[in-house]
Design a protein around this ligand. Structure first.
Ligand code: COA
Length: 284
């Protein structure tokens, strides 16, 4: 569907690029000609992703940094500019999350997730936004949030993440307006369940819960990485130039499944529907 040179000339800075969906996005962007600069806390996975991209003929570089630390983010941005001349796209993907009963959380546990997700996304956005405004170059930002980021959703047992991601969503919509005059676009993707080692080990309480989550999804399956990475490509591409401040949900309608009052009727077998329909037919 996408032209193989679609991202030629683009230089993308992506956080959390060593593993999971970040890794998948980095590989997909590079396969379309983008130069990819990945940042993360652990060197080994970053190195491996860069080697994989370079092995396939692409361009990639990395820098180890903790997005909670603004000075480290600034250093990473300097390195990325030195490497590729400029950066035109930022993907805020790095996240931290775990399931826990909220009353058992320490203040530091809450701050840790807020620090990575909300402060980290702000730090990167600020570091690149400032450069793009000074250079009058324009820019593109994509934030990876979650379906429960919406303030009228939320989710039990992941309160720090829900608060942090809701903040990132507010930053997305706010800056879409504030920075449009600088030709900086900012959008978000809200993924439902996409299997990754990081998310599964932290968020899937048990095999039984995993089966339950799959069964509850109207499409009876989890997301495939290429489905999310393709959406990211589209939103970052010139084809989506007029999309600004939007959050696109990609979850097989999982979150809508939990919303509708009568959605649990999905559990009714056809035989029960047929009985009800037959009873109604007799009456009329
Ligand atoms: N339940 C409750 N509290 C938890 C917890 C859990 N499962 N995991 C960590 N914490 C608390 C710690 O106890 C600590 O608080 P304390 O100092 O009061 O004891 C605080 O959170 C920080 O934990 P620490 O392990 O020191 O932080 P870290 O910076 O090394 O790691 C995490 C950050 C906790 C978010 C870790 O899970 C991580 O590195 N995640 C990155 C990947 C990720 O989560 N991706 C998202 C997948 S969806």
């Amino acid at each position: 569907m996408f032209d193989k040179n679609m991202f030629k000339g683009r230089a993308i800075f992506l956080t959390g690029g060593g593993t999971g969906l970040g890794r998948s996005m980095a590989l997909h962007f590079a396969s379309l000609g983008a130069r990819v600069f990945i940042a993360g806390r652990r060197e080994e996975p970053l190195k491996e992703v860069c080697a994989e991209i370079q092995g396939a003929g692409g361009e990639a570089a990395y820098f180890t940094c903790d997005v909670r630390d603004y000075a480290a983010v600034e250093a990473a941005a300097d390195k990325a500019y030195a490497q590729f001349g400029a950066i035109d796209t930022l993907v805020n993907n790095a996240a931290g999350n775990f399931i826990a009963r909220t009353e058992k959380l320490s203040a530091n546990a809450f701050n840790t997730v807020i620090g990575i997700v909300l402060n980290g996304s702000f730090h990167c956005t600020q570091a690149f936004g400032k450069r793009w405004i000074a250079e009058k170059s324009g820019g593109n930002i994509l934030n990876i949030v979650t379906t429960y980021a919406s303030t009228n959703a939320g989710s039990a047992f992941v309160v720090p993440s829900a608060c942090a991601k809701a903040g990132v969503l507010a930053m997305t919509t706010s800056l879409a307006v504030e920075w449009a005059k600088y030709r900086i676009r900012i959008n978000a993707i809200a993924p439902g369940p996409f299997p990754t080692e990081g998310a599964w080990s932290r968020l899937m309480a048990s095999k039984q819960f995993e089966e339950h989550a799959k069964e509850k999804n109207p499409m009876k399956r989890f997301g495939r990485h290429e489905e999310l990475t393709s959406l990211a490509v589209f939103l970052l591409s010139d084809m989506a130039e007029y999309i600004n401040g939007e959050c696109v949900v990609i979850d097989g309608a999982q979150w809508l499944r939990g919303a509708g009052e009568f959605n649990d009727l999905l559990m009714l077998p056809d035989s029960v529907w047929e009985q009800m329909e037959a009873a109604r037919a007799k009456k009329s």
